[in-house]
Each structure stands twice: as C-alpha cells, then as structure tokens.
Design a protein around this ligand. Structure first.
Ligand code: ADP
Length: 252
C-alpha cells in the first residue's frame, strides 16, 4: 500500500502514519525526520537545509525529491509506504508521479486531514508548552512565530495539492479535528476495498435490477434443480402422497 498523508503542521499526520505502518506492515517516510537526521549528522544536505528549516521555509524541491528517490528504493519500502510531509509543492507531486511511473508503482490514496487553522495554532502552542514543562527540548522551528510561517507555507504551497490529487480522483478527505480513533476509523473506511459491503453499508441498488435478478435466480435454479418428475409425467411413484403431488404440479 502506498499513501500520502496531507495536512498542515500539527494536523496529526505523524500519529496516523504510525498507526498505518503498524496495521499494513509498511514504512513511514517523513521528509521532516529525514532532514532533521541530515542536520544532526552534519551531511551536505543537512548543512544546506538547517537555516531554511529553522525559518520555517521549504527546503528546495530537488533536495527532498533526491532524498525520497533514494529512500523508496530501499528494500524495506518494497511492501509500501506512507509519505508524511512529502510532497509539499506541486513540482514535488509531479516529481513523485515520475518516480513512481519509472518504477511501475502507483499510489493507492492521498488522505487529507482537514483542520481548522485557529484551533491548530492553539494545539501546537499547547504541545510546545507541555514539552517545555517536561524539560524536553522543542524543535528549533517549534515556536509560535515560526509556526505561523510554516502554516502560511502550507496554505500557499502545499494546500493546492488537494486540488491536484482531487482532479486525479485520488483525494480522500477526513475530519482531522475529530478524536484520534475517529480519524483513524475514517481513514480505514477510505482504504477498505471497494465492494457492495464497503463500510458495512451496502451501496443502494436500482430497485428494478434487484427484482430482476431475484426472479432470474429463481427461474434458473428451478430449471436446474427440478428435472421432470414422475408426477409431471402423470405417473405416480409408489407411496407418493396426494397433496404433495398437487403442490409439485402447481410449482413446476
Ligand atoms: P511540520 O511539522 O511543519 O509538518 P516537518 O517535520 O514535516 O514539519 O518538516 C519540518 C521542516 O522540514 C519544514 O518546515 C521544511 O522546512 C522541511 N521540509 C520537510 N519536508 C519538506 C518537503 N517535502 N519540502 C520542503 N521542505 C520540507
């Protein structure tokens, strides 16, 4: 299974990604985590990305596309992956389309976590305060000012991806403000295999079609299962009851 989780910072992508990788045996590919690892390791990519990330801006497309291209070729990504934080711009989506096409792979769905920005800002500010209270070091870009910039970057550069994937018929939106288990259930419903019992609610069928198929089924089985009986040929089998013969005659 190959998925994209789309949503602004703090929408709950990481939480849902963790659940999805456990459920489907796939890997989480978070460009944010990969870039932070590169910064920590002091690689050339990390050195290039650090100040951009600290300002809450987006790292150049070619950098993240190269990281993802290398990552999806690793053996652990063969069973599938959930992309978290990538793609973040339309050119990144187009690059992803090319990467997948070259490998003969396709995406199963793009899950958009829809959230209210005002509530989101308060949610993340609370998270930052809680981390500080526990004595944990917050991310360099986890401060209210940078956060506003990250939200703005999402609005202008990433939100248009919803339209991009909607036009391909791949976008599945869920209410990201609902409790975690409700969000999870909504995602699962979107990923359930299509069929008449999908989500336990049968698709409405055309009344005529249902009637026709019932009648056809009855006729068909009557023809198959009831060969010409002795009663129909006018002969009585020994010990045959009268009323039973009559019932058979009427039904045949
Ligand atoms: P957030 O919590 O804001 O969604 P992430 O952990 O996904 O943050 O990313 C942190 C930072 O890493 C971003 O603000 C950005 O600078 C950089 N980054 C991560 N993914 C991408 C990407 N796909 N394209 C450009 N920059 C990215």
């Amino acid at each position: 299974m190959r998925l994209i989780l789309l949503g602004p910072p703090g929408a709950g992508k990481g939480t849902q990604a963790q659940r999805l990788i456990a459920k489907h045996g796939i890997v989480q590919l978070s460009t944010g985590d990969m870039l932070r690892a590169a910064v920590a390791a002091g690689t050339p990519v990390g050195l290039r990305a650090k100040s951009i990330m600290d300002r809450g801006e987006l790292v150049p497309d070619d950098v993240v596309v190269a990281i993802i291209a290398e990552r999806i070729d690793r053996p652990d990504a063969k069973r599938g992956f959930v992309l978290d934080g990538f793609p973040r711009t339309v050119p990144q989506s187009e690059a992803l389309d090319r990467l997948l096409a070259e490998r003969g792979l396709r995406l199963d769905a793009v899950i958009e976590l829809k959230v209210d920005e005002g509530i989101l800002l308060r949610r993340i500010e609370k998270r930052i305060a809680e981390m500080a209270a526990r004595g944990e070091k917050a991310r360099a870009d986890d401060n209210p000012d940078v956060l506003k910039g990250r939200l703005a970057a999402y609005r202008t550069q990433t939100a248009p991806l919803a339209g991009y994937y909607a036009s391909k018929g791949m976008l599945k939106s869920v209410d990201g403000m609902a409790p975690i288990d409700k969000v999870a259930a909504a995602i699962d419903l979107h990923l359930a295999p299509a069929g008449p019992l999908r989500g336990k609610v049968a698709k409405p069928r055309k009344a005529g079609a249902a009637k026709r198929s019932k009648r056809t089924a009855r006729k068909g089985s009557a023809r198959r299962k009831r060969p010409v009986t002795a009663a129909k040929r006018g002969k009585k089998r020994p010990g045959q009851r009268k009323n039973r013969t009559r019932r058979r005659l009427t039904r045949a």
